[in-house]
Design a protein around this ligand. Structure first.
Ligand code: PMP
Length: 368
């Protein structure tokens, strides 16, 4: 007998749904999940080894439940780079910003509550909403993928969501959201409910513009979420964090699992933060490669969305999935995010980007 998920007593809202599933294929050039292509430098690998060895000696004990040293160092990094002073009390960390988002939705969303995002955007916002029993509202965007402010404000007023997601720079489109738009959405959300506004800045280090972190001052319902998966080149580490009013940090304590951040994770993240300057050195190279991808794709004749991230959305294709397969057949894995007519490529090393550009130059099927 073929026994499957639907034969189990799973929650109704999970029936017939698919899990998050960016393909993990073994191909020569992988430019599909917005990772940093550069392996960690050897001195950092050494430092991680030292810190982890030390942590291993105490693995009989639970780790620091409040991750005080790590949150202090993350606060220092934000203070040094984002133009606003934050401290331990403002910062919370979890296993990737996905877990940060999950904890925020467990605290501020949940059954009987709703969250809104302006789509296309990061698909996990909707999936984590579903996983936490939070209703999902798909807010609008303009054809050029900017947020249609009037329509977005209207959606907030009409739906009175409990959580509002604003991703800047946005994934998968790449464009940043102007600070005035975020402020207007915050005001609309406060007038309508008030609700929690989560600014997802996973890619902010690659932006031409500044972090919106200073906006948390005087706005206790504004959260800025970050990750070490992109700019720090540490996607395998699984470390995300947010900065907000200390009350938000206190609130997520109600749902976080005790000792959720392992001693190994904390030790590794602390070692990486000691090498912030080296790691962020790659960001400048990646920004230059991102800009080169935009220029060269346009020169070939593709349409390209403005990018402030480490990836570029390009098109337009009659059938994006067929084009995705044609690029894969040439040994290059890009991402089909299901945005009709568009694909997304992550900025890799110069050699990887050349391989990608060679592959798409050969395609004759684009609409242009
Ligand atoms: N937010 C956005 C906008 C993302 O694109 C991603 C990863 N693709 C994440 C959050 C989650 O990143 P992580 O869990 O690795 O921190």
């Amino acid at each position: 007998m073929n026994f499957g998920i639907d034969d189990l007593p799973v929650r109704d809202e999970l029936r017939g749904k698919s899990p998050y599933g960016a393909p993990q294929l073994d191909v020569p050039v992988r430019l599909n999940t917005n990772e940093n292509p550069y392996p960690l430098p050897e001195p950092l690998v050494e430092r991680i080894t030292e810190r982890v060895r030390e942590a291993a000696r105490n693995l009989n004990r639970y780790p620091d439940r409040d991750a005080v040293e790590l949150r202090t160092q993350l606060a220092k990094y934000l203070t040094d780079t984002a133009g606003h002073e934050v401290g331990l009390a403002n910062v919370w960390a979890a296993n990737g910003s996905n877990e940060v988002i999950q904890q925020l939705l467990q605290t501020f969303g949940g059954p009987g509550r709703t969250a809104i995002g302006f789509e296309p955007s990061y698909s996990m916002h909707a999936l984590i909403a579903r996983g936490t029993g939070t209703g999902w509202i798909s807010g609008p965007r303009n054809d050029d993928f900017t947020i249609d402010l009037a329509a977005a404000e209207k959606a907030i007023v009409e739906n009175r969501p409990d959580v509002v997601f604003v991703t800047t720079p946005n994934n998968p489109t790449g464009n940043a959201v102007p600070p005035e738009t975020v402020l207007a959405l915050y005001e609309a959300a406060q007038a309508a409910k008030p609700s929690l506004v989560v600014v997802d800045e996973a890619y902010i280090e690659f932006s031409h513009g500044d972090s919106l972190l200073p906006l948390i001052e005087g706005r206790p319902n504004l959260v800025v979420s970050r990750t070490m998966s992109k700019a720090f080149g540490a996607a395998g580490l699984r470390l995300g964090y947010f900065a907000a009013h200390p009350a938000v940090v206190d609130a997520v304590q109600l749902v976080r699992l005790p000792y959720h951040l392992s001693a190994i994770t904390q030790a590794t993240a602390l070692a990486a933060l000691e090498h912030t300057d080296t790691l962020l050195g790659y960001v400048e190279q990646l920004k230059a490669e991102r800009d080169r991808l935009v220029t060269e794709l346009r020169a070939i004749g593709y349409e390209v969305t403005e990018s402030d991230a480490n990836f570029v959305q390009f098109g337009r294709f009659e059938d994006a999935h067929t084009t995705w397969q044609q690029i894969l057949d040439r040994g290059v894995l890009v991402r089909d995010n299901g945005v009709p007519g568009w694909l997304r490529v992550t900025a890799g090393t110069p050699e990887e980007n050349d391989a990608f550009l060679d592959a798409v130059r050969e395609l004759l099927s684009f609409v242009g």
